[in-house]
Ligand binder design. Sequence first.
Ligand SMILES: [Zn+2]
Length: 152
Amino acid sequence: MLDKFMKHTVIPEDKNLCWIWQGVKDRDGYGVLNATRAPRFAYSQFIGVIPNGMFVCHSCDNRACVNPQHLWLGTPAQNSRDRDLKGRGKYKLPTIKYGKDNPKTKLTENQVREIRHLREEGLSYYRLAKIYPVTIQTIRSICLHEIWKWVK
Ligand SMILES: [Zn+2]
């Protein structure tokens, strides 16, 4: 598997730069190696075990990158990285909170970030709509940045 990984990866002379995956990619732009996302493979191969429920995230924002040094473990709720390395327990699905101040606003900005992140990690619109108090259409619009555009 490592051979295959290396064969599909372009490692620049400066190994601190992004290693670009040249093999198959999924529709989200992540490399795929034997049904595993290439960054996950890179992480487990070069850094260590990925605990259950944890996600491999890019510090470089380059989805095609598989440089283990650019990868870190996080839960979806940890976009802010704050609670990152304290790593207690498994990732739990977020609790639903309805906006208090404005009854028409059903989501918080953090939830919007989570939704986008979970989508990137492969959750379907359908599943996200089960988790959050909005419709599939709303989930889709959030993921396509048609709404909540100001949330980065
Ligand atoms: Zn990178």
